[in-house]
Design a protein around this ligand. Structure first.
Ligand SMILES: Nc1ncnc2c1ncn2[C@@H]1O[C@H](COP(=O)(O)OP(=O)(O)OP(=O)(O)O)[C@@H](O)[C@H]1O
Length: 567
């Protein structure tokens, strides 16, 4: 039966048409074409197919139009601040907690996220994790009365190792103001989460800024500088940030640069972090010696800085002169450089940024307005005058070795009872504070030291030796009365020679007597003598090395003269 039918069909479709019978008019032509069975079927298929496709497209277009008239769509790229605001906001939404398909990240913001439990044997744990949208997954949540759909998508077209992703948001709303309400709320959540920390950004391999960590804010009181320096910096930076109009009216580029120079370990980096916390600014670290960074990439990075931020360039001298080392540590640096070049392979250079590239990036046409630049160096004289001229680096501040005043204040701050520390930090964040002249109740194991002070003055110090050797790395601070503390601080200040040790070195020494102020004072003279001896040895070694180098150079010169005269 089947064969009979198909044969009949073949007979119809393959019937020969004589060429002489070909019609000449259009109707005849159509009739002739339609006389081919297969062609007729194809035509029907095309007509029906076309009809249905047109209907489908009309439906999709109409649906999209209807949807667009009810929805607001917005896209947020992950290198933009808005993206981070939304992540913080999202991680705080109660509805978000019920989401089952999520991405987990340890990059929490401030106190957002879930605090993980301590592992066995671990003393403390501060690791928090946040639940973020997973890639290629749709989520629906409510923002007030508005239905919000979220979708995170990865950009597959980028060549770099780090793939960008974009968060798409659709809100059921006829008015765009809802989107801005959401952004306002997200930003507030972000600022609140950041209240006690500063975000640090660095450039990734594709030259985009990426938030890599956050640091707890450090109070300005914890940085001890000569009187007036901190105030100068804080007032100058605050004044600058509030003077946008003033700059614009006078046609002066709205940028400010600070150059902090001087000995290592004097507090240059610390004051920058502290100031960032005080001014509520994030820090963008520009690493001039990053492999692969060239003039164009640097310009791009500087242009991409947000309007209010701190751009930090540490050791700005090192980027332009490979022969420059950091002070005393010539040998260490030489070793470091060698191992770096071995790691990076042959032919790898530390930086391809030129001085003119940096100058252009700093104040070229595209340079971001409103940013504060902080540059640090240990080699002030090695810097090109063009780099440090006003307009690029407006304020130059020298950081010296510790004075007696600084040593005294460091001691007081180091051993101050904990409750005064916390009151001070409350004060620095604007909370109520009480008089600092309050005396702490003298109890607890640190008071063993106080009594030991009395004992030792009486010549009975043997019994406490074992206690003193135990250096508890605990959370408890000293509980010494403030008047005793002042007295000990004065003694410590007197023992420390003026402008010989860095603040970092003094802090390092006090760390060896973490909760024993008296032991710190008593041991200061011995420590100082030891350190001075080490310094003298180092100097002598350095002088000898320089002498040998000179002698070798003279020898080579002599040999050359001999060779020339022999010729
Ligand atoms: N003036 C200071 N007041 C309080 N602490 C200080 C001071 N200077 C240094 N320190 C302490 O010493 C350590 C090193 O300080 P910091 O990194 O800020 O020094 P630096 O001048 O930036 O050094 P480098 O030039 O090597 O980068 C920090 O832990 C900091 O707490």
């Amino acid at each position: 039966m089947f064969n009979a039918t198909s044969e009949a069909a073949n007979a119809t479709s393959t019937a020969p048409v004589s060429v002489s019978a070909l019609p000449t008019d259009l109707a005849g032509l159509m009739a002739a074409l339609l006389s081919f069975g297969a062609l007729r079927d194809w035509l029907k298929l095309i007509l029906f197919g076309g009809f249905f496709e047109t209907c489908r497209r009309m439906w999709v277009n109409t649906y999209q139009k209807i949807q667009n008239s009810f929805y607001i769509h917005a896209a947020f790229e992950d290198n933009d601040s808005c993206y981070e605001w939304l992540m913080v906001w999202l991680s705080q939404q109660p509805q978000w907690e019920k989401t089952r398909n999520i991405a987990i990240s340890t990059s929490s913001y401030g106190k957002t996220g879930i605090l993980l439990e301590k592992a066995e044997g671990e003393e403390d744990n501060t690791t928090r994790v946040v639940c973020l949208p997973a890639l290629s997954t749709s989520y629906n949540i409510w923002f007030g009365w508005h239905y919000v759909s979220l979708y995170k998508q990865q950009d597959e077209n980028t060549d770099s190792y780090y793939k960008r992703s974009t968060l798409h948001i659709s809100i059921v709303a006829r008015n765009r103001s809802v989107l801005f309400d959401l952004l306002n709320e997200a930003r507030k959540a972000y600022v609140a989460a950041q209240e006690k920390s500063t975000s640090i950004y660095v450039a990734d391999t594709s030259n985009s800024w990426r938030r890599v960590s956050e640091r707890s804010k450090r109070s300005l009181e914890s940085i001890i500088l000569e009187p007036g320096i901190k105030d100068l910096l804080v007032h100058d930076a605050k004044d600058f940030l509030g003077s946008k109009e003033w700059y614009h009216e006078r046609g002066i580029p709205f940028r400010r640069g600070y150059l902090l120079y001087g000995v290592p370990g004097a507090g240059k980096t610390s004051i920058i972090h502290s100031l960032a916390g005080e001014l509520n600014l994030d820090i963008y670290v520009v690493s001039l010696s990053r492999l692969g960074l060239d003039d164009a990439a640097l310009g791009e990075l500087i242009n991409d800085l947000p309007e209010r931020c701190i751009a930090l360039m540490e050791d700005i001298d090192a980027a332009f002169s490979s022969s420059i080392n950091r002070g005393d540590d010539d040998e260490d640096d030489e070793k470091k450089k060698k191992s770096q070049s071995q790691e990076q392979g042959p032919g790898a250079t530390t930086s391809r940024v030129s001085l003119s590239g940096l100058l252009n990036a700093l104040d070229g046409v595209g340079a971001q307005e409103g940013r504060i630049l902080f540059a640090t160096t240990n080699k002030y004289d090695a810097l090109d005058p063009a780099l440090v001229r006003p307009g690029r680096m407006d304020l130059h501040i020298e950081f010296k070795m510790a004075s007696r005043y600084q040593a005294r204040e460091l001691f007081k701050r180091f051993y101050r009872p904990d409750h005064i520390h916390s009151r001070q930090s409350e004060k620095s964040t604007g909370a109520k504070s009480s008089s600092s002249s309050e005396t702490a109740p003298d109890s607890g194991y640190a008071s063993v030291q106080s009594s030991s002070s009395a004992n030792s003055q009486d010549g009975e110090e043997g019994d406490n030796e074992a206690v003193q050797q135990f250096q508890p790395h605990s959370h408890a601070g000293s509980k010494i009365p403030l008047d005793v503390l002042d007295k000990l601080a004065h003694e410590f200040g007197e023992a420390v020679p003026e402008r010989v040790f860095s603040m970092a070195a003094l802090q390092g020494y006090l760390m060896t007597n973490k909760v024993w102020p008296l032991a710190a004072v008593e041991g200061a003279a011995a420590w100082i003598a030891e350190e001075l001896e080490k310094k003298a040895k180092k100097e002598a070694k350095k002088a000898k090395a320089a002498e040998m180098k000179e002698a070798k150079a003279a020898e080579v010169k002599e040999e050359k003269v001999d060779a020339d005269s022999a010729e």
